[in-house]
Write a protein that binds this ligand. Sequence first.
Ligand SMILES: Cc1ncc(COP(=O)(O)O)c(C=O)c1O
Length: 404
Amino acid sequence: MKKLAINGGTPVRNAKIHYGRQHIDDADIQAVVETLKSDLITQGPKTAEFEKALCEFTSAKHAVVLANGTAALHLACLSAGIGVGDEVITTPITFAASANCVLYCGGRPVFADINPHTYNISPQSIRDKITAKTKAIIAVDFAGQAVELHEITNICKEHNLILIEDAAHSIGTKYNGVPVGNIADMTTFSFHPVKTITGGEGGAITTNDDDLFKTLSLLRTHGITRDIELMKNVSDGPWYYEQLDLGYNYRITDFQSALLISQLQKLPAFAKRRKEIVALYNEAFSEIPEIILQKNIQESDTTAHLYIIQLDLEKLTAGRKEIFDALCAENAVPNVHYIPVYYHPYYQKLGYQRGLCPNAETLYERVLSLPLYYSLTDDDVMDVIAAVRKVIDYFRSQEMHKYK
Ligand SMILES: Cc1ncc(COP(=O)(O)O)c(C=O)c1O
């Protein structure tokens, strides 16, 4: 058996591969430079242009582009009317922002458990958590796979709830042939650099609802309007504007929007490559009995943001931490998505206790995210596979050796 790098052996590769990174080409840089040289570097034409492109891509009626995905979730909750006393159901297997946005509005996030095979929020668990106070659901397309939208949309109709789809991971994914962004009442996106397309930072909300669109647009810029139709008083003159609501400055710059327009044009190529890498990993890891693959529902044509493996710890002599460290030493650096949100001390302080969502908690003990991004070459992918094989072989239990 080959000695692990962590024990002084030779690593599978010399240069580190991290779990995610952006891909910026000359056309992207050119687009940013041109905008920086133009008159308006914020509140210019590029954001509206990106909104139009995003509508075309998702086939949604409206898009509101924002500073980041967290701002998108915050404004989605505000325009859904979330306030003190309201409950919003979400998953614990997500980044904290998917629940924090409810707290920003004075509401209470309620955590529903995940499906242990897809790792997305379980519709049955949503049903179990609905109370008279429930006002909305924030369903997260974890790792890029669409949630069970048919079932969740039905739950929302039955109980008169608003569906916010947190698609921070899933731009490019389709559900039953319909692009994510055109199904929920509001769909939120993030354009952080590890995501499939990036603006450095950036976010967006898509919706088909005219009223939600008006509210979101207003809240993005301080609640201020220059639209005479919306004003309460008669305009004093060309300088005049009115603040109609308590909004925020959640605008994105025009040079970020220029970058995003350029990135969106490459999304089909980005998605294709991500799918190829996922296929290579799936093929290799389906032959390793200590690894459990994430199940993909047939309705979801997934553009993956993360490649997730679950370790079957009963078949291994090491825990997730040792396997994580061993992979780092092999220079195939994984990550862990996610620590259940309610484990965080802030949430514990609010009274959430461990044990709430058993499937999510079990997943957290066993999960790793492997490198997945557009510019990984086939050789890089083979190195990651070799590193995983090497580490798993090393920690294979005696019991499993008998079967090998
Ligand atoms: C599921 C999910 N929701 C929301 C966000 C927040 O997005 P941003 O970092 O753009 O604020 C992230 C970012 O990592 C995320 O992964």
